[in-house]
Design a protein around this ligand. Sequence first.
Ligand code: 13P
Length: 341
Amino acid sequence: FSYPDPRLQEELKRTAEAIVAPGKGILAVDETNEGIGKLLAAVGLQNTENNRRRYRQLLFTADDALSENVSAVILFDETVYQKTDNGQSFIEVLRKKNIIPGIKLDRDVVPLFLSEDEVTTQGLDDLGKRCAEYRRQGCRFAKWRCPLKIGERTPSVQAVQDMAQVLARYASICQSEGLVPIVEPDVLLDGNHDIVRAQQVTEVALATLYKALNDHHVFLEGTLLKPNMVTPGQGYPRKSTPEEIAIRTVTALLRGVPAAVPGITFLSGGQSEEEATLNLNAINTVPLKKPWALTFSYGRALQASVWKIWAGKDENVRKAQAELLKRTKANGLAAQGRYVA
Ligand code: 13P
């Protein structure tokens, strides 16, 4: 076998490296229509296409300083085709700011039959065609999330193997169409497990994933990893310090992620905004080897207070945009180990 032709390799690598440039990370706004509907309902708005557009317009038309800490944005299908009030396409707005547009490609979870009540993600059929279309629209990278649930008997071998195979097929198809794949094996925060168990499961998930990526000849220099941080389950009685989370997270990554991968962009997974920033900062200051960039690809941890301040009202747009910049700046500093609470 061989890797993609050298020109494509070079392009994929350049894009992946640009996304994880020092002090920069990803704004994940790829909530499904159902997902964003809950957030709209919380601010008293109906889940209409226009309301979804108004909210995302608020984010993308924030001050140009946004691009000092945001290199890339993950979009949902509908958003790729939406425009601002004055008719400029969102993709154009982002590209003018020097922000790279990307696309969520998984089509969400379905039950994994005869597993331990676990799930898989769908969306591989026609994926090549979808990748080509999004690339035509201006996207240069993609993401695909596959969750694993920690329980007494989970994740099962079936679920772990399936996660790795699905992500590897997705990554290979993305690269064939010129998109950088972000692979997202998400070991969920839900559960009562301790941090040691979270670390063990994360290590198994990563080792299995990178074996599958190798089997599918995925060019690692042109990929990014979007993992969970290693933390105790949300139901575990004792919280861990950012330092412990950092040591266990970087240790698990060192054991499972090849140094050829240019960057690791963490999901926030239900951590609070402040926790996600403090943990990222600790990860970047921990005295261990760090052969990859370590930064953020946060959804909730960049948007929770933006939603609160906006509250669905036009007169709050500027204040909400200022809050977004505050959050992205804090995480940009944390990505360099320079955040001070
Ligand atoms: P959170 O940071 O809210 O977990 O979202 C990131 C993401 O893209 C999850 O798939």
